[in-house]
Write a new protein. Structure first.
Lengths: 256, 250
């Protein structure tokens, strides 16, 4: 079992690297294009929402890092899940004619987006350090939080990939849900805006996943509740995903 | 030693319409229940294979012959372990590589080099072994600069060379060809046949879907005739050719 797990990880990792090379290989800036796109988004959102919400915020210096960290994690999460929804369909011809582990496809997708997320995060930290003269990152908490978030994104993406190859209206449903979730999660706005409705953040799993990475990036540490939610999601979600793949493995070629 | 045993296997492909593919409809049925219940009769199936029973042993070189849409490719996918039968069973002992068709089975955006690395990883090769595999495939398949090209830019002949190289140098016990010899150049087809006859493990299995009698005569000791998803004949190559040769080979 360890051998087949290592083969799965190596195959997925090399597949992710090939995807990145194929996607960005012939561009002048490579994966930095992704960082540029996010920078433009953050600048536009920061300027707009920082201005209209200025009475509720402590200032741009506090809001922009908060917004940046949230957008970076959300970009990783939503890109992984959205891309996984179509990944079996786009590779159907290959999958029909080779015996390869199906789970490797969404795992590759998440790994690819994880590499890009880490690149963007390092760049953001460097820019923050240059602008504000310090690097407040709580590195141990960031690493453990990022690992937990990545593991959760992994099972969610794998399950989404499986469900979407069976039910062809699910990709649209998932994309729509993620769009709504973006606005309902404290990314553009801070959780203290909720006032006495703070529980709406506490019951939002996306809020906890984002907090696991955002707070360490801003020099803090995630709450015990966020850790518990992240670990509980991982435990239940990964078990459901493993069972789903075991049950569906022989049916997937008939769904392609 | 490689072996393939198929017992009463059938393959039925469901033809999904929009309703069958709808999560919304499935969810509504699960919650509303009776009002939206649908009988299994509204599903349409294609019976690709029906009650297939056969045993292929170590050392067999099997020709699979049949008309268009007879189930040859579905049979190959079952024998190669890519498709589990909807009923019955298949037991495969050995590692299979499939060359189903030129271009299929390879990611068109990956380079030939990356394809070799990925397939080698799947075969459990270490980094030094992968380097050795790449050298062996490049030498046998006579692919040099083509290794850096994406699969979509390679000719069917190059893909045939790549797939054959992968089959021969990844420790594969079971090789399956699906009407790809016509894509190969004559000298490479001869090279492939010679390799199968002399260097491919005696205990391995080769299964070939091909219409050229000349190619099959050199390679195969057994033959299967399949029509409408059922096996019409399975016997020694000579016997099957005597009974059915003109109808299924050129």
């Amino acid at each position: 079992m360890l051998d087949s797990t290592m083969i799965l990880i190596r195959f997925s990792a090399y597949g992710a690297w090939v995807d990145i090379r194929n996607h960005f290989g012939r561009t002048r800036l490579g994966t930095l294009w992704n960082a540029l796109g996010l920078t433009a988004l953050i600048a536009a959102l920061g300027l707009f929402f920082g201005t209209i919400l200025k009475n509720e915020l402590a200032g741009y210096a506090a809001y922009l890092p908060f917004l940046t960290a949230g957008v970076l994690v959300w970009a990783f999460l939503s890109a992984s899940i959205n891309q996984s929804c179509s990944v079996f369909g786009t590779r159907a011809q290959t999958l029909r004619h080779t015996a390869q582990p199906f789970a490797a496809i969404p795992i590759s997708t998440v790994m690819r987006n994880l590499i890009i997320f880490l690149q963007n995060t390092v760049l953001a930290v460097i820019i923050y350090g240059v602008v504000f003269g310090s690097f407040p990152v709580h590195l141990p908490a960031f690493i453990t939080g990022a690992v937990l978030v990545a593991a959760n994104v992994l099972w969610i993406s794998a399950l989404a990939a499986l469900a979407c190859i069976r039910f062809r209206d699910l990709p649209q449903l998932i994309a729509g849900t993620l769009n709504v979730a973006f606005f309902l999660t404290p990314i553009l706005w801070q959780e203290h805006f909720l006032g006495r409705y703070a529980i709406l953040a506490d019951i939002n799993p996306a809020y906890h996943l984002i907090s696991l990475v955002r707070l360490p990036l801003l020099g803090g540490a995630p709450t015990a509740l966020s850790w518990m939610v992240g670990l509980a999601m991982l435990g239940v979600g990964s078990a459901v995903t493993v069972i789903a793949y075991a049950q569906a493995r022989q049916k997937i070629p008939y769904w392609l | 030693m490689a072996s393939i045993t198929v017992t009463d296997a059938s393959v039925r492909f469901p033809l999904y319409d929009a309703w069958s593919r709808s999560f919304k409809r499935r969810f509504a049925r699960a919650t509303v229940g009776q009002g939206l219940a649908a009988a299994d009769g509204d599903k349409v199936y294609i019976e690709a294979l029906s009650n297939i029973t056969l045993a292929i042993s170590a050392g067999d070189r099997v020709a699979v012959l049949g008309g268009n849409g007879s189930g040859k490719t579905s049979l190959l996918r079952v024998l190669g372990g890519m498709l589990a039968p909807t009923s019955g069973s298949v037991n495969i002992d050995g590692q299979s590589a499939t060359i189903l068709d030129t271009g299929f089975g390879f990611d068109p955006s990956a380079s030939a080099y990356d394809t070799i690395v990925l397939r080698s990883i799947l075969a459990g090769k270490s980094q030094p072994e992968i380097r050795s595999v790449i050298e062996s495939i490049a030498a046998f398949s006579e692919l040099n600069s083509e290794l850096d090209s994406p699969i979509r830019n390679l000719t069917p002949g190059h893909i045939f060379r790549l797939g054959t190289g992968l089959a021969f140098f990844l420790g594969t016990d079971i090789v399956l060809y699906d009407e790809v010899f016509e894509a190969g150049s004559p000298d490479f087809v001869v090279k492939t046949k010679d390799h199968i006859l002399s260097d491919f493990p005696d205990a391995g299995i080769v299964i070939v879907v091909e219409r050229s009698r000349a190619i099959l005569e050199d390679l195969c000791n057994k033959a299967i005739i399949i029509e409408k998803g059922r096996i019409l004949d399975f016997d020694s190559f000579g016997s099957v050719m005597a009974r059915h040769g003109p109808a299924y080979t050129i």
